[in-house]
Each structure stands twice: as C-alpha cells, then as structure tokens.
Design a binder for this molecule. Structure first.
Ligand SMILES: Cc1cc2nc3c(=O)[nH]c(=O)nc-3n(C[C@H](O)[C@H](O)[C@H](O)COP(=O)(O)OP(=O)(O)OC[C@H]3O[C@@H](n4cnc5c(N)ncnc54)[C@H](O)[C@@H]3O)c2cc1C
Length: 307
C-alpha cells in the first residue's frame, strides 16, 4: 500500500489550543550538556519553505543521487499544520490523536510501516502494566480505548512478546479515523529548519516507497521519537549516559556519571513442539565465548517477560 495516499488537505482549520503538548522525548535533553546549535545539524532548506500555503513541487535531484530515484523526479510536498508529531510510538500516536480530537490539525510522521514503536508487532513490547488491567496502576484515556478494542479483536493472550498485527491495526484505525490527523507512515524525519535558534519552522522528511519528500511546517512540534531525534536536529541541549548520583539526588544512580545507555535486548520466542529439535546455528550467528565478550551489563540471570 502506498501510504502517501493517506495524505490530503484537511478542511476547516480550527483554533489552536495552546496548552496541549508537552515535548515528549524532550526529557532526554538536559541542562548538563552544551547546546549544539552551532554544529550545523539544523539546516536551512533549498528551496525554502513556502510559509503561505501548502503546495507540491518538483525539485532537481542532486547529480550524485543514485538508487531508484530518477533525477529530476523527486516530488516535494509542502504542508502546514497546527502541530507536527514526529514518532508514532504509543506516545506520539496518543499525542496526535488527542490533539486532533481537540481541533488541532496535526501531522503524525512515523518512519515505520506500522504505528506503535516498541509496542508494535515489530518489537512486541506492549504497554504492559499501566494499561493491562492492573487496578492499582491503571492508565486510562486513549490508550485504554485502544487496548480494550485490541483485546476485543485479538485471540492471542496478552503477554510480552505475543502482541501481533491486530494491535498495529487498531492503532492505525484510531489514527486515521481522526479527521484532523494526517498520517505519514514510512516517513522519516531527516532535517530541521529553524526559524531562529529557539524555534523550529519546519521539518524535512522522506517517504520510502513513494519517493516523495515532505516539508512540514507548524508552530509547534512534538518529539516522540523515543530518542530525542527531533530535538537533536534542532540543536537542543542533550546528554548521553547516566548522571552522577548527587546531580539529582537519585539513590539508584551511579556514584559517578557514565556514558552507559540501555543495552541491547535479545528477544526470542520458544515453542514446545512436543519433541526434541536439533539446534542449527544460523551462519550469521556471533559467538560470545567468554565473559569478556559480554561487557557493560549484568547477564547472570534472565529477566522476566519471556513467554
Ligand atoms: C527491552 C525493553 C523493555 C521494556 N519494557 C517495558 C515495560 O515492561 N513497561 C514499560 O512501561 N515500558 C517498557 N519499556 C519502555 C517502553 O517500550 C518505552 O517507554 C515506550 O515504548 C516508549 O514509547 P515511545 O512512543 O515514547 O517511543 P517508541 O516506542 O520508541 O516510538 C518512537 C518511534 O519513533 C520513531 N522514530 C524515531 N526516529 C524517527 C524519525 N527520525 N522519523 C520518524 N520516526 C522516527 C521510531 O521508529 C519509533 O517507532 C521497555 C523498553 C525496552 C526497549
């Protein structure tokens, strides 16, 4: 399916609600590190954003551009919204739906083919405790609507690693039925245009499959990329790693700051087929023969969550 077909002009621009959004993902930005606005990450576009209207134009391809994009045929779509949300995980999808329901014309830009991010059938980490019917930490609102609908449609047990495409489909349905929401799937934010060092004017994104580029302009953006990608491109301050314990007086933080980040997760599913199966190592498998091969993370036990 060409997801570009989902993109169309929305009528009846309504008044923008000013207190709607917190910058999701901006929690990764810290005072402790220096702004990198001067590093050239945030760029000016050529051609510049047309601030007066949404439009489509053809731009000449870079002479060195290879691959399947024919030179001179790249279509660049300019669109204006009240809000652009980047990242269609749980956070971004709920933020975009909430904004749309409150009368905000919102563009939701997500680089994968399905919504959900970590919770999608691609990664299978469904939003576990907070929405999964635990009476003492129950999260309600849009996420509960989605979870209830998914449970009504899906026969698979609710268990980490078992989430399947029914979940993706409910998220998709919940997004596209909002008339104020325009969904850009398979669309990856690549560059940010700044109006000034504090203000994002537009993002530039590319869409796999349709060979189109997008310049999406808005007075407000939400970074829901999970990794602060939009904030990074906008030159926001950020930090990498763990703070020292005394910095925020967190007892569980390390004594000294480190550059450690979350480790990789080896995610697999085993199924009892009722008879022994000989393990055949894939040719690409990497051997970790010694303790020294497994640095940086405790691996003496398995965490819960395997099904
Ligand atoms: C192994 C593991 C176990 C976890 N277990 C739990 C748990 O038990 N309970 C719990 O509450 N949380 C858990 N979490 C955390 C939980 O998964 C995250 O907090 C949650 O998924 C964050 O959602 P999100 O929408 O902010 O980000 P994500 O789910 O990461 O979604 C962000 C999306 O943005 C997209 N994106 C990134 N860059 C761009 C770009 N440039 N252009 C367009 N799109 C972009 C990404 O593709 C991604 O899909 C776990 C996480 C991991 C990794």
């Amino acid at each position: 399916m060409n997801e570009g077909n989902l993109i169309f002009s929305r009528a009846n621009r309504r008044s923008f609600i000013s207190q709607l959004m917190v910058a999701l993902g901006a929690g990764k930005v810290s005072k402790a590190s220096r702004a990198e606005a001067a590093t050239g990450r945030a760029r000016q576009f050529d051609p510049p954003v047309d601030s007066s209207q949404s439009s489509t134009s053809q731009v000449a391809a870079c002479p060195h551009q290879g691959g399947y994009i024919r030179p001179g045929t790249i279509e660049v779509v300019h669109q204006k919204f009240d809000l652009v949300v980047v990242g269609g995980g749980i956070a971004g999808t709920c933020a975009a739906i909430s904004a749309a329901r409150n009368g905000t014309r919102v563009g939701l830009v997500h680089e994968r083919a399905m919504l959900g991010g970590n919770s999608s059938s691609e990664v299978c980490l469904y939003p576990e405790d907070t929405v999964a019917y635990n009476p003492w930490i129950k999260e309600t609102g849009i996420i509960e609507e989605i979870m209830n609908e998914e449970r009504a449609r899906n026969w698979v047990l609710l268990h980490e690693g078992m989430i399947n495409t029914q979940w993706d489909l409910v998220l998709y349905e919940w997004a596209i039925r909002e008339k104020n929401l325009t969904l850009f799937l398979n669309t990856s934010l690549r560059e940010v245009e700044m109006a000034n060092p504090q203000e994002i004017r537009a993002i530039r994104a590319v869409q796999l499959g349709s060979e189109r580029g997008f310049i999406l302009q808005a007075p407000l953006f939400v970074d829901a990329t999970g990794d602060g990608v939009l904030a990074y491109h906008a030159g926001a301050e950020f930090r990498w790693g763990q703070e020292a314990r005394e910095e925020y007086h967190e007892l569980l933080a390390p004594v000294r700051a480190t550059d450690a980040v979350m480790g990789n997760t080896l995610y697999f599913r085993a199924h009892d087929v009722g008879r022994p199966i000989k393990f055949k190592k894939p040719e690409w498998a990497v051997a970790f023969d010694t303790e020294a091969d497994l640095t940086g993370r405790h691996h003496g036990f398995f965490e819960a969550g395997y099904s």
